[in-house]
Design a protein around this ligand. Sequence first.
Ligand SMILES: [Fe+2]
Length: 251
Amino acid sequence: MRNKPLEQVYSNYTEEDFEVWALLFRRQMDHLQQHASKLYLDAIDRIGFSAGKIPDFAETNKVLQAATGWQLCVAPELVPQDEFFRLLSQRIFPATCWLRTMAELDYLEEPDMFHDVFGHAPLLMEPAYATFMEAFGQLALQWLDHPGALEQLSAVYWFTVEFGLLREENEVKVFGAGILSSVGETRHALSDMPAKFSFDMRRMMQTGYRTDILQDKYFVIDSFAQLCRALPVLEASLKALSATVETFAVL
Ligand SMILES: [Fe+2]
């Protein structure tokens, strides 16, 4: 049974944990130098992550706090949706602090610290991304009692924060944490195999996805500001959906 700590006790990390972090970090950065958004590469530098050190949440939080006011909190595993959105709305990102074992390097059933921290934390340093994440959490909080709306919000989160691509100087780059933290997904996402759609909020929120395979479609945004500007479209579409459901309920 895996130990999933409720707090990060740095001295509990084992030699294997450090080896796993270093190996994943080096291997991923080899690919990402060429394929990740320059905003991510700049952010991971500024947040201070390196192959030689498993990030210490207390140190990372000082850097994040100074940059954008975001914080990481320790979550032993996936947090319930309502709690997750509540945390985002307060500029808090829940992250695991345990690492996969050497035997699990390339396949893991649930997100570990390499995904949550290496994948998600650096871009919280980026002001427009930080603003989007908070605003998304605030919007989602208003729709907790509407399963149809939550489905659409989850699709937007999936195709941006987890599996988003970004156009930079006419090249498609990676910014979604699910891609950034996986060598296989990085290679696949930038190959010719999957479909790539230009950003369209209405299309994105209605697009289905699977969580158990390499993705067969991705959306390419132009900027994080573009995502922020599209939030009113998302909100209006959710209101329209909810009005339709209520009309059917009356009928
Ligand atoms: Fe994630």
